[in-house]
Design a protein around this ligand. Structure first.
Ligand code: FEO
Ligand code: CA
Ligand code: CA
Length: 708
């Protein structure tokens, strides 16, 4: 779209940079031999640790599809997950406008943007969206999700036939939603309060009751009392150490304890006590200033707050998003929000103890001692990885006692050392320079300014931390690092496909945990806590995989050649054992230990991505690294959000922003799902079909477990 939008050309780029510090410039890190998978297991953990991993070291629940009926699920680590399907081909140009899954599987549309969650009619996609319609219909750009089995179904087959699917609606395409075409004209039209309200209503969270009538046939229960939309205007309570802080107070909320809305809800988490966690990512893009003389403070710069924002232009019609009128409003976003899906009247809660940054996901782990931790990434170039450790133990017998677990605990930021060890650095006021003279008046300010706190502690700048997921039996945490065009080399000589050179002066150089300059294709890192307890302050780590295109002839810039990594290929070719992909983003371990990987690739089958094709979902064996492509998406769609039913026989997957291409009209590249490629949808040919973000449901034709 036009240059009035974000400079990167994407409305929700997740690819900006706000970290000017370059404290992790240890040039000789690159000399350090990277851990291989083999040395990680045998060298770092040692024979003793290896001998014990067959037992239940962690009763982690990251894969437990029925958190409301929490039960740890332990499988020996040496048991290979059964991956039995034949991979699908990449979706290369000319691209197929459909979701494709392997032979023997079926992918059908479950719910799409604008589908009614009540008995009132579905939205007619040929019309602009209005607020009244959007607040009762499925929201925009679907993202992270979780499936909550109905409590009375126990762990039997019924648990996998009826549940609440809770999903994020990360953002909207304002031109598509407000009926502005061509999309480039959105930068020029007059913005009305009605347009802004409708767009805000397209954000947030969806709680949707679903049920399986017969095999392959899941439906939305449109009149369910549980169905709920939480939007950019829903009242949300602020709790934890930053609640009520001066930096959170506004004229409309002079107590700083009640925010309207949750925005840019990217990925998610869930808790064993039956709640959903939704993570606020690129909140900064919604704010702007009508005052042309607006100059951001250092704090605002650190969070990417700018006069123009990303081009939504809400500030022109809603003073809440006008920085010249409401300077503190952005501080009220960038949090993890906890939602009780079982109580439609309950207010969601912003849990400030978990820190404020561009939250991607929140992966929970409960160890053998019932201690609870959440692993979280801050998705921006050169930002950090965090861990929150709850002060209290998880109480299995009294779920109510767990309700405020996330208000008390310690937030840590990660430092990945060159020798394969790592340290969790505590973000505690008064310690390690987190003091008033350095801009931290109290613990609330440490949390509101978590990024600056991480800077001060010398956390490791990462290649855009996206989702984390916890292995169901080992407790090892895997985390996607999607890409980083702002990591330099010495000397810097960019070899980006488009011929541009990355300005490198302020960029960190490569390090052991982020070993590629100008990291186009991304990688997946993993770590294991010392002592297999989530309260550990040290860990060991290695790189699970370097993503890339094995067929590319591109070489890394400068002096970094594959040979320097002792035979380990860390060039642009990557070292995937199986089907190629890049820009890993969504990540989820199913309970059998299959690692599902979703991609958010830029370029979409062009340039560096010609062989890899469009976005996809893959399934990997965490032990062997074997990787097979399970699903490909329509053109210009991202694959993001996934969860299985407890029996593993149904999987829900998010297909976000089909056809999103800001350079052209929105109808040019996709009419999915209303083209019927994955079964009938609610659209009935009333006008121009708009591409619509949707959740698909995947079943195996023989009724078996997905992935086998
Ligand atoms: Fe919303 Fe970092 O992806
Ligand atoms: Ca993401
Ligand atoms: Ca992404």
């Amino acid at each position: 779209m036009s240059s009035a939008l974000h400079p990167d050309g994407k409305l929700n780029p997740a690819d900006t940079i706000a970290n000017p510090s370059s404290h992790e410039t240890i040039r000789d890190l690159i000399e350090t031999r990277l851990f291989t998978r083999r040395t990680f297991i045998k060298g770092s953990l040692g024979a003793t640790a290896l001998a014990t991993v067959g037992g239940s070291l962690l009763s982690c629940v990251a894969n437990d599809a029925s958190a409301h009926k929490y039960k740890g699920d332990h499988k020996p680590v040496d048991q290979q997950p059964d991956i039995g399907f034949t991979p699908v081909a990449p979706n290369v140009i000319p691209m197929t406008d459909a979701v494709t899954v392997p032979a023997g599987y079926t992918a059908r549309v479950l719910v799409s943007w604008g589908d009614s969650l009540t008995k009132a009619p579905h939205w007619d996609p040929s019309m602009p969206m209005d607020e009244a319609t959007q607040v009762r219909c499925y929201g925009g750009h679907t993202d992270g999700m979780h499936y909550f089995a109905f409590p009375f179904t126990g762990h039997g087959a019924l648990a996998s036939k009826r549940g609440l699917l809770v999903t994020n609606s990360e953002y909207v395409d304002p031109a598509l939603l407000s009926g502005v075409a061509p999309a480039a004209d959105y930068a020029k039209v007059a913005i009305t309060p009605e347009m802004v309200k409708a767009q805000q209503a397209g954000h947030g969270v969806n709680v949707v009751e679903i049920y399986q009538e017969k095999k392959q046939d899941w439906e939305v229960r449109r009149n369910s009392p549980f169905n709920r939309r939480i939007t950019g205007n829903t009242p949300i309570v602020v709790s934890g150490p930053a609640a009520g802080h001066a930096m959170l107070r506004t004229e409309a909320d002079n107590k700083g304890r009640l925010v309207l809305g949750t925005l840019n809800n990217c990925a998610n988490g869930y808790t064993p006590w039956g709640t959903y966690l939704t993570c606020e990512e690129n909140f900064n893009g919604y704010f702007g200033s009508v005052d042309a003389s607006f100059v951001p403070t250092a704090h605002e710069n650190r969070y990417g707050i700018s006069r123009a924002g990303f081009g939504y232009r809400w500030h022109e019609a809603d003073a809440r998003f006008d920085l010249s009128a409401n300077r503190n409003e952005p501080n009220r976003f960038g949090w993890v929000v906890e939602i009780d899906p079982w109580d439609p009247k309950s207010k969601p809660i912003k849990r400030t103890a978990l820190g404020r940054f561009k939250h991607e996901s929140a992966a929970i782990s409960v160890d053998a001692d019932e201690r609870v931790a959440l692993y979280m990434g801050d998705d921006e170039r050169n930002e950090y990885v965090y861990k929150f450790v709850c002060a209290r133990r998880y109480n299995k017998r009294n779920q109510h006692a767990n309700r405020d677990m996330l208000d008390n605990g310690t937030l840590y930021v990660a430092k990945f050392n060159a020798d394969g060890s790592g340290t969790w650095l505590p973000l505690i006021w008064g310690q390690n320079g987190l003091t008033p003279e350095n801009g931290f008046a109290d613990q609330a300010e440490v949390l509101i300014k978590a990024r600056q706190a991480g800077d001060r502690l010398g956390a490791t700048m990462m290649d855009r931390p996206e989702w984390a997921s916890v292995h169901p039996s080992t407790g090892e945490v895997y985390l996607t690092l999607t890409n980083n065009s702002r990591r330099g080399n010495t000397p810097v000589s960019s070899n980006k496909a488009d011929g541009t050179t990355t300005a490198a002066t302020a960029n960190p150089v490569v390090d052991a945990a982020n070993p590629r300059p100008d990291n186009d294709y991304g990688h997946i890192i993993r770590w294991r806590e010392d002592g297999d307890t989530v309260t550990a302050t040290s860990f060991v780590w290695d790189i699970f995989v370097q993503c890339g295109d094995k067929a590319t002839t591109k070489a890394l810039a400068g002096s970094y050649t594959n040979a320097e990594f002792d035979g380990q290929n860390v060039g642009y070719q990557g070292n995937i054992n199986g089907d190629d992909y890049g820009a890993p983003d969504g990540l989820w371990f199913d309970k059998h230990g299959r690692l599902w990987i979703q991609t958010d690739q830029p370029g979409d089958a062009k340039g560096d991505w010609a062989n890899i094709g469009g976005n996809m979902m893959l399934c990997a064996d965490p032990t062997t690294g074997e990787t097979r492509r399970f699903l490909t998406a329509p053109p210009h769609a991202e694959v993001t959000g996934l969860i299985g039913t407890p029996d593993g026989k149904t999987m829900f997957v998010g297909i976000q922003h089909p056809g999103e291409d800001w350079a052209t009209s929105f109808t040019d590249h996709s009419t999915w799902p209303d083209n019927g490629a994955n079964g009938p949808t609610t659209y009935r040919g009333r006008g121009v079909a708009k591409p619509r973000s949707s959740v698909i449901v995947i079943t195996k034709d023989d009724g078996g477990v997905i992935g086998t």
